[in-house]
Design a protein around this ligand. Sequence first.
Ligand SMILES: Nc1ncnc2c1ncn2[C@@H]1O[C@H](COP(=O)(O)OP(=O)(O)OP(=O)(O)O)[C@@H](O)[C@H]1O
Ligand SMILES: [Mg+2]
Length: 338
Amino acid sequence: MSAFRAARLPMLLADARQDGQPIVFVNDAFLGLTGYDRGEVLGGSVGLLLAGGGAAAARLDRAMAEGRGAEVDLDLRLKDGSTVRSRVSLSAVHDDAGRLRHFFLAVAERGSVRQAAARRDVEANRTRISELEAALAEKTQLLHEVDHRVKNNLQTVSSLMLLKARRVRSKAVRQALLDMAERVGALAAVHRLMYAEGERSTFDVTAFITDIAGDLMAGTTPGQIDLKLVLAPLETPLAKAAPLALLLNELLTNALRHAFPRGRKGRLTVATERRAEGGRIIVEDDGVGMGQEMPAEAFGRSLAEMLARQIGATLTWEDAAPGTRVTVLLPPMAAAPT
Ligand SMILES: Nc1ncnc2c1ncn2[C@@H]1O[C@H](COP(=O)(O)OP(=O)(O)OP(=O)(O)O)[C@@H](O)[C@H]1O
Ligand SMILES: [Mg+2]
């Protein structure tokens, strides 16, 4: 019996001759595994130690009722309410006369130990994952902070230009300041959107178009220009967001400023499309058209061309008869140089 008591394998003995086949002996290893006190186990039935019945528990029950051994995989109920998957081996013990005396039940601890190790692994992984999540959240938070500050600073620059514009006498200087304030404002809009969008690796072009078109329309006479947005989802790498935003700002301000002179009514359409050869953005008005004459210092247009080159896009200007159509063809995302 003392070898039994000291055995590392969790085991117990149940008296086969008494009613209910009570447990009459349990070793320390079993108590260590399950967390029970000896008094809680002794006198009880084996079935009380099994979790939730099931086919395996029924097999064990049947074997005990029929007085034979069995080997089953089942869930042991631990004192703390949790369960542990175990391989239980039941043997029937007979006396010299061949009469059934005891049931000997041993828990093959390997299964439970493996399970405990797996549980520790899961626990360790969970900890690691929450550490990584925390680090990512911190990084996102920092990026947000940066975008937020950049946006604020750009807004400040834009406001300073507007303030100065109000005070200068020269019309040309005033207009130049207003134009520049608008461009800086477009950049601020980019950072406002990045700040609002959270953790992303691409920039939502359609959100920007909606945002800036709304802003620019606010400066026009109500009812004069009908804005139509036909936007299919379009993303661009973050590094290209600012140049693309500036470029679109040039196209939109040109249409609003030049296509509909003297209160001319018309429609401005901005469309995005995703195609195999890359994303397409179309800015089209049905206004007066560009005509042939191109001012010598066409700053806006050369800026647009320069920005397009910078992001690997091609710009096409066409007569839309009536009006003007400008198409920006973006390179496919994967192949795009940044
Ligand atoms: N959508 C349009 N409809 C009609 N004319 C246009 C349109 N876009 C551009 N233009 C003509 O092309 C010219 C050049 O445009 P560009 O953007 O280079 O200069 P700008 O708009 O006059 O000034 P800025 O340098 O401030 O942009 C404009 O002055 C205008 O005459
Ligand atoms: Mg222009």
